[in-house]
Write a protein of this length. Structure first.
Length: 104
């Protein structure tokens, strides 16, 4: 019975999607862990935070390019584009203000 499941043509087609999901989970887990590390001391780890959110913003630009090139990706990815492009600059601006207040 197990051989029937592993040799199923549908399961072979689903494997790349499952691999993609695992990769996405690993990326977001890493993002969350670095963000947690930054949150312990945001003033001294501001460079890492800026880099992290800049990468998030650039990924939003890549998704936006894909939207323009290949069409609407669906509501989930459209939401991701909005979050990456609109919300990712906010922590960078907050860190800039935090550093200005700590200097004065």
């Amino acid at each position: 019975m197990l051989a029937r499941w592993t040799n199923n043509a549908d399961s072979r087609r689903r494997r790349p999607i499952a691999r993609h999901d695992r990769n996405q989970c690993a990326i977001w887990l890493g993002f969350g862990l670095v963000l947690w590390w930054i949150s312990n001391d945001p003033l001294h780890r501001a460079a890492a935070a800026r880099l992290l959110f800049a990468i998030l913003f650039v990924s939003g630009l890549a998704r936006l390019y894909a939207l323009v090139r290949w069409g609407f990706p669906g509501p989930l990815l459209a939401g991701a584009i909005a979050i990456e492009l609109v919300l990712s600059p906010i922590p960078i601006l907050w860190l800039n203000r935090l550093q200005q207040h700590s200097r004065s």
